[in-house]
Design a protein. Structure first.
Length: 122
């Protein structure tokens, strides 16, 4: 089992590499507006979940299909980049909608604030 520090280092390395890979090789695909938000790695370093968001939140189904088709290719490239690992981690891409939820909550709070009016805000 890997320690917490090593898991963090591996997840950060995967995040940086996959972000760069998306920009350099998949720039004209459905994932051109994807941002890698977070990567979590299991304690045994055999599985990695890559959480992504899409600018504008449009077409995350297309992006998920693209990632499902390209998972083996991306895993192979991650393995060749992270040569110090004994095993290449199994990769799973997960759409992260937390940014959308935050924006929706901010709109709700703004509407409540505007309904109260300036005299009630005191």
């Amino acid at each position: 089992m890997a320690g917490e520090i090593r898991c963090n280092r591996v997840s950060n390395a995967i995040k940086r590499f996959v972000s760069t890979l998306i920009l350099s090789e998949f720039g004209d695909s459905p994932v051109s507006m994807v941002t890698i938000h977070k990567v979590t790695v299991s304690q045994d370093l055999r599985t990695a979940k890559i959480f992504y968001t899409i600018f504008g939140a449009q077409g995350h189904d297309e992006a998920q299909e693209f990632f499902d088709r390209q998972t083996k290719n991306i895993r192979f490239k991650v393995a060749s980049h992270l040569k110090n690992l004994k095993f290449a981690p199994e990769i799973k891409f997960v759409y992260d909608d937390s940014v959308e939820k935050i924006i929706r909550l901010e709109k709700i709070f703004e509407s409540i604030k505007s309904e109260k009016g300036p005299e009630d805000a005191k």
